[in-house]
Design a protein around this ligand. Structure first.
Ligand SMILES: Nc1ncnc2c1ncn2[C@@H]1O[C@H](COP(=O)(O)OP(=O)(O)OP(=O)(O)O)[C@@H](O)[C@H]1O
Length: 260
């Protein structure tokens, strides 16, 4: 008997044997990344190991030269249900363009659900909920250009959450984010996971997200060198470039040493 869509055991992400080149240089050299429904997977590795390229290939921003990508069991080329996927790109420091308010930016994340129709009450409520989740209700009418880096990152996450996605893909959501914002992001993510979201995160350090992570995949020079329990459980010393400091308070970022 076919299973209802929301209980299918198929992985939500399946990247298999992925190869990709940027600027004529191989960047992914046969990468496998699988995320099952409800799982939180961290993609770790040194600078330039191919983490961003791997997640960008999952959402079709980097073409593969070999291998395959499936989202929710559908080959990427035929995948159309983008409202099921929330993507938070790596934050850039350059804030260009016309300054928009927090609510406008977050509402833009709902477009994958509203398409060309006018937003309805349910859409406005989802946008309000996303803003509330990241603790920015009192800043909703402010220009994003007036926000701190951490608050800006929270806006980007709220934008991804506005479509109420089943799968969240985040590229270094904690980079350059102050501790207070990190805690809010960790709480937000915890709430998403509690309601069944699946998550793929590119991280430099496990930090406050550590307790949420089910599995870690470590990349090195475009290859997977580890796929299993997060490094903490494995013993940090087993990993290359170890500079982890034990013990750590929950609010302090955990240095995995994976960036060197
Ligand atoms: N547009 C591009 N053209 C050429 N080379 C690129 C391009 N983008 C990335 N690269 C190179 O590809 C390699 C992998 O980059 P990628 O951003 O995927 O690594 P990363 O693991 O995410 O690193 P970081 O932690 O610094 O973000 C790096 O050597 C990078 O310099």
């Amino acid at each position: 008997m076919p299973q209802p869509e929301n209980t299918t055991p198929d992985p939500v992400i399946r990247l298999r044997g992925a190869t990709a080149a940027l600027g004529g240089r191989p960047v992914l050299r046969g990468v496998d990344v699988t995320v099952h429904r409800g799982e939180v997977v961290a993609l770790l590795g040194a600078n330039g190991s191919g983490k961003s390229t791997a997640v960008r290939s999952v959402i079709g921003q980097v073409p593969l030269t070999g291998g395959s990508v499936e989202l929710f069991g559908t080959e990427l080329r035929r995948f159309r249900q983008w409202a099921r996927v929330g993507y938070v790109p790596q934050r850039t420091t350059a804030a260009g363009g016309v300054p928009a308010t927090v609510r406008e930016v977050v509402a833009s994340g709902r477009l994958s659900r509203t398409k060309l129709r006018l937003p309805r009450k349910a859409d406005r409520e989802a946008v309000g909920r996303a803003i509330e989740l990241v603790g920015l209700t009192d800043r909703a009418k402010d220009s994003v250009s007036a926000l701190s880096g951490g608050q800006h990152q929270r806006v980007l996450i709220a934008r991804a959450l506005a479509a109420e996605p089943e799968l969240l893909i985040m590229d270094e959501p904690m980079a350059g984010v102050d501790l207070a914002s990190q805690e809010i992001l960790a709480r937000t993510l915890r709430e998403q996971v509690a309601v069944g979201a699946s998550v793929l995160l590119v991280l430099h350090e496990l930090g406050p997200l550590e307790p949420l992570i089910d599995r870690a995949i470590v990349l090195r020079d475009g290859c997977v060198t580890h796929d299993g329990p997060p490094p903490e459980a494995l013993g940090q010393h087993a990993l290359p470039g170890h500079d982890h400091v034990h013990p750590h308070a929950a609010s302090e970022p955990v240095r995995t040493g994976l960036l060197s």
